[in-house]
Ligand binder design. Structure first.
Ligand code: HEM
Length: 153
């Protein structure tokens, strides 16, 4: 079960990254062209939020029951975790960065339902999704990151 969810967590990263890029592109073109906020825009932000929230649930499970979250804090102690680059990444940096990103995605999606002009919806979405994307890219354990590296899929 753990291995399956870890694999799902890894695959979902790609779904989130693709949806992020589509959502940012749509917000940018909407913002610059002045077109109306349509059903397609709503759908993309909804799918992005669903993917991000699913990732959050799977992440919480991995954090609570795997070797890299709570278990590493219990085994090493918080002070030692903070001194160890790999343990700190998974127990603190990854979860903290991703939580902030998921909150930004949720607020960006929330702008869709607000009674504000369409251009303001696009603008809010653009900036919130863009900052979330930067944080996600910075806190994924990419294969090229020394020590913390994980596979592409
Ligand atoms: C957009 C959100 C997130 C993305 C894109 C993401 C991505 C990833 C990736 C690519 C891995 C490596 C998977 C592998 O080894 O094949 C990973 C590992 C992990 N993630 Fe996330 N993650 C996200 C959110 C979270 C959250 C919110 C939590 C905790 C609540 C979390 C907890 C973990 C843990 C504990 C591991 C290590 C699991 C292990 O190796 O046993 N992740 N994450």
């Amino acid at each position: 079960m753990y291995a399956g969810l870890l694999s799902l967590h890894s695959w979902l990263r790609w779904a989130i990254l693709i949806l992020e890029i589509i959502a940012i592109y749509k917000c940018y073109t909407g913002m610059t062209s002045g077109r109306a906020f349509g059903a397609g825009d709503k759908k993309v932000s909804l799918f992005l939020m669903i993917a991000a929230h699913t990732q959050l649930l799977v992440g919480i499970y991995l954090y609570l029951s795997g070797p890299w979250g709570v278990a590493s804090i219990q085994n090493l102690g918080f002070g030692e975790v903070m001194k160890d680059k790999v343990a700190r990444f998974y127990a603190v940096e990854h979860i903290f960065g991703m939580l902030v990103a998921i909150v930004l995605i949720t607020i960006g999606r929330g702008a869709v339902k607000k009674a504000i002009p369409d251009v303001a919806k696009f603008k809010r979405g653009f900036w919130l999704f863009l900052v979330a994307l930067i944080i996600i890219l910075a806190t994924i354990p990419w294969p090229f990151r020394a020590g913390i590296s994980r596979p592409w899929i």
